[in-house]
Design a protein around this ligand. Structure first.
Ligand code: SF4
Length: 381
């Protein structure tokens, strides 16, 4: 069976009109076949491509830089214009469409590091989920696990987790939202231990009391929405922010500047207090924001929960969504404060999602560091 995320068909690339082109702010991996093809391109463009390949151990464009060299002033791609779409690296031809083939079924979604995909996601009134699809994306099978019974249990447990988040989203209460996110952490921890014990009954959908699990004496962290001020600071210091951002992602650099001015200089207690007050104002000014944040986490589960089918790292994947969600929320709040009484519009919220995802999610070095810091914070205290 093939499944696709509900708003997929609405997507059209904004191309030259995109305010946050995906040709900036990260490395662009080039597949082997296209990399070989570039060696055969004639003329001046061919020479430039060969020059680009000199001394590269990895096939990648825009290595460590701010922009792809083939991005032109009109916002369009020089390679696409001169050589046609098929000359683009596979990742550029597909982006932001993502496909996964799990064997018995495939799933396709849009990556929210694309600003327009993030806008479409934010525009959805209802919960976002997969629908059956009449197309069959050709994709290599994900990983090498062939335990289809376990995959079925994972499907059930993902539904259970999304139902918990949705219940909290519909309540509109911050305490419920925090509890539901703490349950995600608790579930990840218990699921990982259940796998070690080979207790797969854990994943069956029963009458689990999620509130009790999240709030009992066994809670792992006192707050997940928002993260404690100490953890936010550790994430900043641990690699999310550095001076190279000024060149790689000027908008994110500016957002980080807001944090460094408004919150970082305060004592931990004062930072906690001030952020708490700002958050209260932000949520009361943006009535739909709380459910959006929870649905963002639901979307993370749609994208990455099944990674555990390969690596069994439940805690890692549960934590990953929490990091992204908390950074996005922090920047939404700070930007709203900067604007005065104005509301943050949908496009700017989408822009914040897209730059945070590019930085914290698609940058392996940073992602690993932020995950390690958060895991240590959660489990070693
Ligand atoms: S970020 Fe999205 S909308 Fe913008 S150029 Fe890239 S694919 Fe197109």
């Amino acid at each position: 069976m093939d499944k696709v995320i509900s708003f997929y068909k609405k997507f059209r690339c904004l191309a030259g009109l995109c305010p946050a082109s995906c040709c900036f702010g990260w490395n662009i991996p080039v597949d082997e076949e296209t990399w070989r093809y570039y060696k055969r391109v004639p003329g001046l463009l061919g020479l430039r491509l060969k020059f680009e390949q000199l001394g590269r151990f990895e096939p990648v464009f825009a290595l460590g830089s701010g922009a792809c060299r083939y991005h032109q002033k009109d916002g369009l791609c020089e390679l696409q214009k001169k050589l046609g779409e098929e000359a683009l690296p596979l990742v550029c031809r597909r982006y932001p469409r993502m496909h996964r083939n799990y064997g018995p079924f495939t799933e396709t979604w849009l990556d929210l590091s694309c600003i327009h995909a993030a806008e479409l996601f934010l525009s959805e009134e209802e919960r976002v989920g997969f629908q059956t699809w009449d197309q069959h994306p050709v994709e290599e099978r994900f990983g090498n696990n062939d335990d289809e019974e376990f995959l079925k249990l994972l499907q059930q447990s993902r539904e259970e987790l999304i139902d918990v988040l949705e219940e909290a989203a519909l309540s509109g209460k911050r305490e419920e939202a925090d509890l539901a996110l703490r349950f995600m952490l608790r579930f990840g921890y218990d699921a990982q231990n259940a796998c070690v014990r080979q207790d797969y009954g854990f994943f069956e959908r029963g009458e689990r009391d999620w509130r009790e699990s999240a709030s009992g004496g066994s809670g792992l962290m006192e707050a997940c929405l928002p993260f404690p001020a100490e953890l936010l600071q550790l994430l900043f210091d641990g690699g999310f922010y550095n001076d190279a951002l000024k060149r790689q992602s000027p908008y994110l650099y500016r957002l980080c500047g807001l944090y460094l001015r408004e919150l970082a200089p305060l004592s931990e207690k004062a930072r906690e207090k001030k952020y708490g007050e700002l958050l209260k104002g932000y949520f009361s000014e943006h009535p739909g924001a709380l459910s959006r944040m929870l649905r963002y986490y639901e979307y993370c589960l749609c994208q990455y929960y099944f990674n555990v089918y390969q690596d069994y790292s439940f805690t890692l994947w549960m934590i990953r969504g929490l990091i992204d969600l908390n950074l996005i929320l922090l920047f939404c709040v700070l930007r709203w404060k900067e604007l005065g009484k104005e509301r943050l519009d949908l496009r700017e919220t989408a822009h914040i999602i897209s730059v945070c995802e590019r930085r914290a999610r698609h940058n392996h070095g940073i992602f690993e560091r932020l995950s390690r810091i958060t895991q240590e914070f959660v489990f070693n205290r």
